[in-house]
Design a protein around this ligand. Structure first.
Ligand SMILES: Nc1nc2c(ncn2[C@@H]2O[C@H](COP(=O)(O)OP(=O)(O)OP(=O)(O)O)[C@@H](O)[C@H]2O)c(=O)[nH]1
Ligand SMILES: [Mg+2]
Length: 444
């Protein structure tokens, strides 16, 4: 999906990470390459221009906070602006508990309405909703059968009436049965273009059925034309969500996605194949980080936030700088790290971090060890905590006994502390370099 865009974006960012200095020329070059990549993905020229202008302005005018490198700073700007560009945050269809919650699918001929009904049925069934489908495409002869087959495949009830040519009558025929289902997904007919008869039919169904959610289905291969389509449908029948299908089969998907986003229509899902499970929720931040090959930054930042507050991080950073770092700080830091998961995984998720080489075991600690260390710290005197150099062999014996752990455990903790301290000394006089090594992902 959007492989070409993804690889050109990645290449562009890789170039940035290889530079030692990022000057105006480098930023201009970056902007030019971003433009080229986005235009190739069929994003509207004006939109591309606005986007890259913003990126350039921010890159030139904003100052990176002390704790991030300039490269990380630039990559983050690109990430943030692309995310804004695609609709900022994930928005979901809220399924009300109202037997049934009615979802009506609309869209042009062949856009993927019926297929997507199969996918949605599976998606919601898996989440424990009792789903039924209703075929109101009375125009295309094979439509009811297609819906029946799909429904059978995903094991949901399907209501169709092959002989009836009036969609409203089909709806009425089964009306007493809908209350047995949590969600009713309604298929409607497509047309070649948004014609007056299609509008009339949708308006009528809309009035009589009163759906809770009206989903416009748009095929990604129409590229920028998605904008006009989304606007037209929105005007005539007030759609509440968009699903962009066939994201897998076109290099133009950037056009459709950005064009929908610009109308304010919320893209809730994307279709990425013909099979019934080829459906993904659309989450701009996750989508962009995947495009840029940055892993799931968002998830990481969330985790980091939980693990350590910015204040704490800053505090600790300052202590490092002043050389006041003691055993309690070490413990807190390790605890924060362990909450985020194995450090190698954590670093993978942070852009630019994969290049930084941390001493392998300098900060790595397992859960079980942490618990023992807590006991050890509890057995230390205040003096010892503040000045671990005091701790000699006889003190180690005493501490181990008090904590109920072998002396080797106490030595381990001290070793870890010394390593961290050594690292700190090594980098004294070069705070930037040091901050880089000790930066916490949650720190801005
Ligand atoms: N590759 C790919 N094909 C898709 C996707 N969604 C739908 N299709 C295909 O697109 C074609 C049309 O899909 P339908 O679901 O029949 O479209 P429709 O909107 O119901 O069409 P009408 O009922 O004729 O208006 C089928 O061959 C589907 O398999 C997708 O996400 N990826
Ligand atoms: Mg159909």
């Amino acid at each position: 999906m959007l492989d070409k865009l993804s690889s050109s974006l990645k290449d562009t960012l890789k170039k940035i990470t290889r530079l030692v200095f990022i000057d105006e020329r480098a930023i201009n070059e970056l902007v030019k390459e971003l433009q080229r990549a986005l235009l190739q993905a069929d994003v509207n020229v004006q939109l591309v221009f606005n986007l890259t202008k913003k990126i350039k302005e921010r890159a030139l005018n904003e100052k990176p906070l002390k704790s991030i490198t300039q490269r990380e700073f630039i990559i983050n700007i690109v990430y943030e602006e692309l995310t804004n560009f695609l609709g900022k945050e994930k928005s979901e269809i809220i399924i009300e508990r109202k037997k049934p919650f009615k979802i009506m699918m609309v869209g042009l001929y062949g856009s993927g309405k019926t297929t997507t009904i199969g996918k949605l049925s599976k998606y919601y069934s898996k989440r424990n909703y009792k789903v039924a489908t209703l075929g109101l495409d009375v125009h295309r002869p094979a439509a009811p059968e297609q819906l029946e087959q799909l429904s059978e495949q995903v094991k949901v009830k399907c209501f169709t009436e092959k002989k009836e040519k009036n969609p409203l009558k089909v709806y009425k025929k089964f009306e007493s049965e809908y209350k047995n289902y949590d969600i009713l997904i309604i298929d409607t007919a497509g047309r070649d273009a948004l014609s007056s008869d299609l509008v009339k039919e949708i308006e009528l169904l809309n009035k009589e059925i009163n759906p809770d959610e009206k989903i416009l289905v748009i095929s990604a291969d129409i590229g920028q034309a998605a904008q006009a389509q989304a606007e037209q449908f929105h005007k005539s029948c007030n759609i509440s969500s968009v699903i962009v299908t066939k994201m897998d089969g076109t290099a133009k998907a950037g056009g459709a996605l950005s064009a929908c986003a610009v109308t304010g229509a919320k893209i809730k899902f994307i279709g990425i194949g013909e099979k019934v499970d080829a459906l993904e929720t659309f989450n701009p931040p996750g989508f962009v980080s995947r495009l840029l090959g940055m892993g799931d930054i968002e998830a990481l930042l969330e985790k980091a936030k939980e693990a350590i507050s910015e204040e704490q991080a800053k505090d600790l950073g300052n202590k490092f700088l002043k050389g006041e770092f003691n055993l309690i700080d070490l413990y807190e830091q390790m605890e924060a790290m362990s909450k985020m998961g194995p450090i190698s995984k954590v670093l993978e998720m942070v852009p630019g971090f994969s290049q930084i080489k941390l001493p392998k075991d300098a900060l790595q600690v397992q859960e079980g060890k942490l618990k023992k260390w807590r006991f050890i710290l509890d057995s230390l005197t205040k003096k010892e905590l503040e000045d671990p150099e005091l701790i000699d062999s006889s003190r180690i014996e005493r501490i181990a006994k008090g904590a109920g752990v072998p002396t080797s455990e106490v030595r381990d903790l001290l070793k870890q502390y010394k390593q961290a301290k050594k690292l700190m000394k090594m980098m004294k006089g070069s705070p930037d370099k040091m901050m880089k090594k000790f930066k916490f992902p949650g720190m801005k």
